[in-house]
Design a protein around this ligand. Structure first.
Ligand code: UDP
Ligand code: MG
Length: 325
């Protein structure tokens, strides 16, 4: 990756008095056949109100509920829809990347297609982008009341860990964001395959603004995230942004080494003073402690190796089956 890629990129269209900037809306879709039409209707009505030229990019992340058939029909009724279909479910991160890669607007807005991200917020985000000259507008959840208690708890822990380990403040952020063309270009040019959209956008820096919103209730169907898949995402995100877990292993190693010197001296003294037979419980506790620490450490290192392995294989993050322009 050459350094030139990360030179400031120009976006002459923005704030040009002659023409309204063009907007790209990116909608990742996985089994949203029931939510698609209502989402498109609301999004288009907001965009028509704004009078900016626009495109809506629908990325079908391998849906199996007939979403693609719906999309094909909707492209005939609605203006400005581009659609991409993956060969299978590659995950939301891949869908966002594909949408951004094929976008050409001066700003891209990424949002969920289940109406949990209110389309009405688009106008506010565009206004902030134009008036305040920021490059990223984050839509931040003002509350998480609609989410299950367990999910809220683990999300909070994840944000805390993320802040401590990588310094990135992600509390409340969502994938609902407006990105200036410069940021979109930099995002798609990043060489990494394992992506955590929210983290990378914050990591890229730039001028940011926030708008808060109250997330709606999912219109149809269920959230695709189980606690297990959220854990997976959380760990991958954490490991992608921090090597601190590896340093913690070293620290643990030093602590156990110091403890072993102390216990070693005690054992030798006991041997010579005739009390060596005692201390069997200590041996068991030590064995268990060291054994489990070693296994956890190996697991952590293994996780990093697995991620490096995924990166070096250089497989594309998604495979496209077909597109509609
Ligand atoms: N999504 C996707 N691929 C997936 C899972 C989800 O494109 O593998 C899309 C989904 O269709 C929706 C958005 O990502 O538009 C958010 O998904 P969901 O509502 O399940 O997540 P939550 O709102 O619970 O975070
Ligand atoms: Mg949702």
């Amino acid at each position: 990756m050459d350094a030139i890629s990360f030179m400031p990129l120009q976006n002459p269209q923005r704030n040009s008095p002659s023409m309204k900037p063009r907007l790209s809306i990116v909608l990742p879709i996985f089994n949203e056949s029931k939510n698609l039409e209502p989402t498109l209707r609301e999004v288009t009505s907001v965009l028509e109100g704004l009078q900016n030229p626009y495109e809506i990019i629908v990325v079908d992340d391998g849906s199996s509920d007939g979403s693609w058939g719906k999309i094909e029909k909707l492209t005939q009724t609605y203006q400005g829809i581009k659609a991409i279909r993956f060969t299978r479910n590659f995950g939301k991160e891949a869908a966002i990347l594909a949408g951004l890669q094929s976008s050409s607007g001066d700003a891209a807005i990424i949002m969920d297609a289940d109406l949990q991200h209110p389309p009405a917020l688009i106008s506010e985000m565009v206004k902030i982008w134009e008036d305040e000259g920021v490059d990223v507008v984050h839509a931040v959840k003002s509350e998480r009341e609609n989410e299950p208690l367990m999910r809220r708890f683990f999300t909070k822990c994840f944000y805390k860990a993320m802040k401590r380990f990588s310094g990135l403040e992600l509390e409340g952020t969502t994938d609902f964001k407006l990105l200036d063309r410069t940021v979109v270009d930099q995002y798609v040019r990043l060489p990494e395959r394992i992506r955590f959209f929210r983290g990378i956008i914050t990591w890229l820096g730039h001028r940011h603004a926030h708008v808060s919103f109250k997330p709606g209730i999912r219109r149809n169907g269920k959230s695709r995230w189980s606690i297990l898949s959220l854990f997976r995402l959380g760990f991958r995100a954490l490991f992608a942004f921090s090597a601190l877990p590896l340093q913690i292993i070293t620290l643990l190693g030093i602590i156990t080494f110091l403890a072993s010197i102390f216990l070693g001296i005690e054992t030798v003294i006991k041997k010579f003073t005739g009390g060596a037979a005692e201390g069997f419980p200590t041996v068991i506790i030590l064995l268990l402690f060291i054994g489990s620490t070693l296994m956890i450490s190996l697991g952590l290192i293994g996780q990093y190796i697995a991620m490096i392995y995924d990166e070096v294989k250089q497989r594309p993050p998604f495979v496209i089956e077909k597109t509609i322009e």
